[in-house]
Design a protein around this ligand. Structure first.
Ligand SMILES: Cc1ncc(COP(=O)(O)O)c(C=O)c1O
Length: 403
């Protein structure tokens, strides 16, 4: 007798949420009703007409043509690891190629590291709001995200006393995203130093998500480990953002020189062996990116700064909305003063249905639903952004007037 009962899935899937992509299901419904959707949900510069630098494309094409199509070492090809080590050392984080692992984007480095560090029941300190991969991976691992506040009334900087108050014997790592997604904040040296001191004093690693390091509007931000190379710090980045090749999934992680991290490095390498390697030909883009021509970066930063200024001025002109000016990357996190009983998701879905503009609600990044935050990706052309901000303004006025 055959059964038609649904096949059950693992319980931990219910904790695995990635709002940035989940919300697209709602957008598809709106599209099916005949309305055009403007996708301001995913931070992909290619989707908005920015182009991968030609010398990176050539490096990957050459690798494929030259037959580099087999498995490569689990830790990655040596030229890529040497380039990462050289780049970080030049920027003040002394690094050797044997402590670098080439990963499928920053994402895989984060997943390998959290898997190596955290057991079921362990705690990891995560910023709120956060990039949601962290909570998603912790749900898979069975560990608990413990959110520390970053404060929109103080340029979205971490509340250091709050971080300190959350440390327990179960804390296994402190995640720092600087420059930050979703807030666009960059942290000054005294705040960075204080975060290092917390991790260092309690002997857990600081996981430094530095994927936007080159996209601060005033120029590249040095690795946080440059402030204290002996502290237990692991740095993550990729060619996805500043080098305009997110689909290639070419990233890296660098495990700080502290001997305290040697066992963690060995555990990560063991896990990396199990997934064989990250895509081989794409790894050839890394030396091209880090040792080659970077002239595209200044233009990209200028384009982002222009869009950030437009975003801040236009959204701050809307009654009932405030936005902290971003200082890096391509995200802003405005706050709408919602009437009681209305959530950020209600607002974002109503905006989508009324205008076709798709943003992500703040609670997808860990803020309280009633706080009314949402994230805007401002990579579109300024004239398009301007038209979108007109629509957001008109919609918001009507939405708030309804009470
Ligand atoms: C803070 C942060 N970390 C990691 C990632 C993932 O980057 P990658 O494409 O290198 O996996 C993103 C992508 O948006 C991000 O914003």
């Amino acid at each position: 007798m055959r059964t038609t009962a649904a096949i059950p899935v693992a319980r931990r899937i219910s904790g695995f949420n990635y709002a940035i992509r989940n919300i697209v299901a709602e957008a598809r419904k709106v599209e099916a009703s005949g309305r055009t959707v403007r996708y301001l949900n995913i931070g992909d510069p290619i989707a908005f007409g920015f182009a991968t630098p030609p010398h990176l494309v050539e490096a990957v094409q050459r690798a494929v043509r030259d037959g580099h199509n087999g498995y490569v070492p689990s830790a990655g090809i040596l030229p890529a690891r040497e380039s990462v080590a050289g780049e970080l050392t030049r920027r003040g984080m002394p690094m050797s190629a044997d402590r670098v692992i080439i990963t499928s984007g920053t994402s895989e480095g984060i997943e390998l590291t959290l898997t190596a560090l955290a057991e079921s029941g362990d705690e990891v300190l995560i910023p709120s709001p956060t990039y949601p991969l962290y909570t998603a991976v912790l749900a898979k691992v069975g560990a608990r995200p413990v959110f520390y506040r970053t404060d929109h009334t103080n340029a979205w900087l971490p509340d250091l006393d709050h971080v300190r108050s959350l440390v327990t014997r179960a804390t296994r790592a402190l995640v720092v995203i600087d420059p930050n997604n979703p807030t666009g904040a960059t942290y000054p040296p005294d705040v960075r130093r204080a975060l290092i001191e917390i991790a260092d004093a309690h002997n857990f690693p600081l996981l430094a998500d530095e994927v936007y390091a080159d996209l601060a509007y005033t120029g590249p931000v040095p690795p946080i480990a440059s402030l204290c190379p002996d502290a237990p710090i692991i740095s993550f980045s990729s060619v996805s953002k500043a080098y305009l090749a997110p689909g290639w999934r070419a990233g890296w992680m660098a495990v700080g020189q502290s001997e305290r991290l040697d066992d963690v490095l060995a555990a990560i390498k063991k896990l990396a062996d199990g997934r064989l390697c990250s895509p081989g030909p794409m790894q050839y883009a890394i030396p091209a990116a880090l040792d080659g021509d970077r002239s595209h970066e200044a233009g990209f930063r200028a384009a982002l700064r222009e869009r950030a200024e437009l975003t801040t001025s236009r959204l701050n002109a809307i009654d009932g909305m405030t936005t902290v000016p971003p200082t890096a990357a391509f995200y802003a996190m405005p706050k709408v003063n919602l009437p009681p009983g209305i959530t950020d998701e209600d607002y974002v879905l109503a905006l989508l249905r009324a205008t076709g503009v798709l943003c992500v609600y703040g609670s997808g990044f860990g803020t309280a639903p009633e706080d009314g935050f949402f994230r805007v990706v401002f990579l579109a052309d300024p004239s398009q952004l301007s038209a979108i901000y007109d629509e957001i303004g008109e919609f918001t006025r009507a939405f708030l007037a309804r009470g």
